[in-house]
Design a protein around this ligand. Structure first.
Ligand code: ASP
Length: 318
């Protein structure tokens, strides 16, 4: 059986390493973590790990999760501050604790106990983007009303302006990695710094198993990028896997999960993207927006292939 890895487009930097892990005969879980780690360390990606865009207070808070399709083991961390290796910490939660999700101070405490290296995650460049887009002085005292109206403007502008959305500086983003190894085991990893200017402590879909990440060897795997609150309310990643369980093709499962989003009452509705892998290792991806891509590489390919996602327009979430 040939191993395969599928990732969101910003996973390009890590996908060859992930495939090399499979080529070495290691597990899908090792592969998705190896790929994700490189994105977390990439200073040019302001949506994941080091140099991620910060929350309302200017603090970078990371969310990440891992899931294994064999036995549905899972671990995740949310609102992690001061450590870059969120995906490794998610694995530690899965492997070492009788829990699934650890957040905030507890996550930082676990990172310290585990021996991860603390790091100031806010780069000057990310701080500049954060200040400029917020468009106000950094006064957080009367934050909520001004913040909410400004955030809505930013979300709307990004959602309706394809150039801004793909400008390389979107106010949000996430990396998704899914893999199937030679043994037929499937795994998923997701990591993000979440929405810039998010309310402190806000966690998106990425650390919520079933919302932003799901893997089940029997049916396949899925992971999301985009407005996390939508995936949380629709259990989007789990839905895709469940629809495949009920006999839908991967493409139809993606479409149905996207269609569910249309029923949300959400004034902040924005883009949603899903990558998926069926149980046989066939990849696919969908987006509510035009021009979105993802990357695929199997063990027998010499380089990753960037493919266009199926567009599933969802009113209010383009
Ligand atoms: N899903 C991420 C979140 O809501 C952001 C993104 O992928 O754009 O935190």
């Amino acid at each position: 059986m040939t191993g395969i890895v599928v990732a969101s487009a910003n996973g390009r930097i890590g996908i060859e390493t992930a495939v090399d892990v499979l080529r070495a005969g290691d597990s899908a879980l090792d592969a998705v973590i190896a790929g994700t780690r490189l994105v977390e360390a990439n200073p040019e990606d302001h949506t994941v790990g080091y140099s991620g865009l910060p929350n309302l207070l200017g603090e970078v808070e990371l969310d990440a999760s891992v899931m294994e399709g064999r036995g549905l083991r899972a671990g995740s961390v949310g609102a992690l501050k001061g450590y870059q290796d969120a995906v490794d910490l998610a694995r530690t939660v899965m492997d070492e604790l009788p829990h699934v999700l650890i957040a905030g101070e507890g996550a930082a405490r676990l990172a310290h106990e585990t021996g991860l290296h603390p790091r100031d995650l806010l780069t000057p460049e990310a701080e500049t983007i954060w200040r400029e887009r917020l468009g106000t002085d950094h006064d957080t005292q009367d934050a909520s009303s001004r913040y909410l109206s400004r955030l809505r403007e930013i979300v709307r502008a990004t959602a309706s302006d394809a150039d801004l959305a793909s400008s390389g500086e979107p106010p949000h983003g996430t990396v998704n990695f899914l893999a199937r190894d030679r043994a037929g085991d499937i795994a998923a990893a997701v990591s993000t710094s979440g929405w810039a200017w998010k309310y402190p402590g806000r966690m998106g879909d990425s650390p919520v198993i079933g919302a932003g990440n799901y893997a089940d060897n029997r049916w396949g795997a899925a992971a999301c990028t985009g407005r996390g609150e939508m995936a949380q309310r629709c259990c989007t990643a789990h839905s895709v896997v469940t629809f495949m369980r009920f006999g839908l093709s991967l493409e139809d499962a993606l479409r149905m999960a996207m269609t569910d989003l249309a029923h949300l009452d959400d004034p902040y509705a924005s883009e949603m993207n899903i990558v998926a892998l069926d149980k046989d290792g066939v990849p696919g991806a969908a987006s509510t927006a035009r021009g979105k891509t993802y990357v695929v590489m199997s063990e027998d390919m010499s380089a990753p292939e960037e493919r266009t996602r199926t567009i599933v327009p969802v009113e209010g979430a383009s």
